[in-house]
Design a protein around this ligand. Structure first.
Ligand SMILES: NCc1[nH]cc(CCC(=O)O)c1CC(=O)O
Length: 313
């Protein structure tokens, strides 16, 4: 076991590297003597930077190259932000480990205003996330939402250049990059329901690679795994990828799981939401049932418009 090397396929954005290095150091701490190397790669999502993600279309734009590397045997594992991981995996690969979740909330970031409520009428807010967009528009129809792409550092420089009055980013990403001081307020789940898996890091590998799976096992975090299982089951039933106006967020209190979800039209004109409470053992079925409730209450029509690409923005 000790002469084994684990190779981690990773994108090269600062956040992806942070996540890969986090798993690298956890693996080395759990298995003294184990060698863990990073295999840096470029993905389509890193190349197509000028088009709004929802229009580029493909789910999993950032993970396909990493998955090919694992299937080819050039890498053993890939580390993902759970919110960017598609609901389905190529044959032979799967998500085997979910690590402890960081703060799952969205952050309000601005150089002039302390909170969403303080933003003057007509302020320009940057986000490319349809989920953030629909929730912002619902609360503040007066705001002008503009697309904002690129890695976290690029997005912050666009804010600093004066292109936006405020931007919305995940708290987790900012904390991991040591940029917590840029957060003016964290939005509560009531203000902006987080994305499926937001703040959690997951590890994918070849399902037949039992040796690697055994090495990964101690990195799994039980509570996070249950929460993300419920959130992803919801998303899966909605057939939602990562670029959809869907929020899905679960909390665990002892054995009691509380799952909340919403589907909204990107222009904020419609919003369908619901919740479920139940034992953690029912995480998966709670997700599926909540998705079915939302579909029956209008989410089906909202999502159809979004997938057709002609939802009002
Ligand atoms: N969509 C990009 C992305 N994917 C994961 C994170 C960081 C937070 C996380 O790990 O959930 C971010 C940046 C952001 O949304 O601000």
């Amino acid at each position: 076991m000790l002469d084994k090397i684990i190779r981690i396929a990773t994108r090269q954005s600062p956040l992806a590297l942070w996540q890969a290095q986090y798993v690298q150091s956890q693996l080395m701490a759990c298995h003294p003597g184990l060698q863990v190397e990073l295999v840096p790669m470029v993905t389509k999502g890193d190349i197509i930077l000028d088009t709004p993600l929802a229009k580029v279309g493909g789910k999993g734009l950032f993970v396909k190259e990493l998955e090919l590397a694992m299937l080819d045997g050039r890498a053993d594992i890939a580390v993902h932000s759970m919110k960017d991981v598609p609901v389905e995996f190529p044959e032979g690969l799967g998500l085997v480990t979910i690590c402890e979740r960081e703060d799952p909330r969205d952050a309000f970031v601005s150089n002039h205003y302390a909170s969403l409520a303080e933003l003057p009428h007509g302020s320009v807010v940057g986000t490319s996330s349809l989920r953030r967009q629909c929730q912002l528009r619902q609360k503040r129809p007066d705001l002008v939402i503009r697309d904002l792409r690129g890695n976290v550092g690029t997005r912050l420089s666009k804010l600093d250049n004066g292109e936006y009055d405020a931007i919305i980013l995940a708290v987790a990403g900012l904390k991991r990059l040591g940029l917590e001081n840029r957060i003016r307020t964290a939005l509560t789940p009531e203000e902006c329901l987080p994305a499926v898996g937001q703040g959690a890091v997951g590890i994918e590998c070849r399902l037949d690679d039992q040796n690697t799976r055994d090495l990964l096992a101690p990195l799994a975090h039980r509570e996070t795994t249950v929460r993300v299982e419920a959130e992803r089951a919801m998303n899966m039933r909605l057939e939602g990828g990562c670029q959809v106006p869907i929020g899905s967020y679960a909390e665990l209190d002892g054995d009691q799981l509380w799952l909340r979800a919403l589907v909204g039209a990107p222009d904020g004109s419609q919003m369908v939401s619901g919740e479920r409470r139940g034992p953690a053992a029912n995480a998966y079925s709670m997700g599926v049932e909540l998705a079915e409730e939302l579909l029956a209450n209008g989410a089906r029509e909202i999502l159809q418009e979004v997938y057709k690409g002609n939802a009002p923005q």
